[in-house]
Design a protein around this ligand. Structure first.
Ligand SMILES: C[S@@+](CC[C@H](N)C(=O)[O-])C[C@H]1O[C@@H](n2cnc3c(N)ncnc32)[C@H](O)[C@@H]1O
Length: 222
């Protein structure tokens, strides 16, 4: 079990972002817009939350699957899809992504948008193997994950390798946050997938005094 119940509290008491980041839109457009059979393309988001990314993928006609440990997030995701994308194809599940309830080689794309970063390194290793198992051969993996250059790294309680309960910044009170360094990129991604690219996106906060820095990893299942 790696799901932290703090997420249930967060989604019960707060609004969450409703729209995908432009990096994900660019990735999906680049790899899938030229396909004529959108509804035959299966996309899974692990830790989908209330479904900003799945909402976008469903609107584009893809068949979408989402799994999250939070009941509230999955309920809100379903309500929004039913209201705004009538006739959407796919399935939403409440569960821990340590063990994915899908058959081998089911998905064309798996998305991790800051979900692996909520899991310790040992759990993340297990989750990565599950993602690999459910991806088709040549299926794609998109992962957006906090780097060690992000505000909150090395603050608060140290829980595990590169993992903290940050005591300041936007990751305060979001449970365990695991920040990824170059070694962990190898351990989690390069060792298990064929890398397409690793990019970094950065922005500043607090009038440029603090940094938020995220890896964007694009990979293919071997
Ligand atoms: C930072 S939020 C991101 C939500 C969503 N991906 C988005 O982009 O809006 C992290 C999400 O991952 C989920 N999560 C984290 N670890 C999980 C686990 N081990 N099993 C299931 N869900 C998990 C949380 O419930 C939360 O919805």
């Amino acid at each position: 079990m790696s799901f932290d119940k703090i997420w249930e509290k967060i989604f019960k008491n707060n609004e969450w972002g409703k729209y995908p980041g432009e990096e994900l839109i660019r990735f999906v457009a680049k790899n899938f817009y030229s396909r004529s059979n959108a509804n035959e393309i299966t996309i899974l988001e692990v830790g989908c939350g209330p479904g900003a990314n799945l909402w976008y993928c469903a609107r584009e006609g893809f068949t979408i699957f989402g799994i999250d440990g939070s009941n509230t997030a999955i309920k809100n995701c379903k309500t929004r899809l039913d209201d705004e994308v009538p006739g959407w194809n796919g399935e939403l599940t409440v569960g821990d992504i340590n063990k994915l309830p899908y058959e081998n080689k089911k998905f064309d794309l798996v998305i991790d948008n800051e979900c692996l970063s909520c899991n310790s390194i040992s759990n993340s290793k297990k989750i990565i193997l599950e993602i690999k198992r459910v991806l088709k051969t040549d299926g794609l993996f998109y992962s957006r994950t906090f780097s060690t250059d992000t505000w909150g790294y090395k603050t608060g309680q140290h829980i595990d390798k590169n993992s903290f309960l940050p005591s300041e910044g936007p990751l305060f009170k979001k449970g365990l946050i695991r920040f990824t360094d170059k070694k962990d990129l190898d351990l989690l991604y390069s060792n298990n997938f064929e890398l397409i690219s690793i990019e970094k996106i950065q922005r500043t906060m607090m009038n440029q005094q603090q940094k938020i820095s995220e890896w964007i990893i694009e990979a293919k299942n071997k």
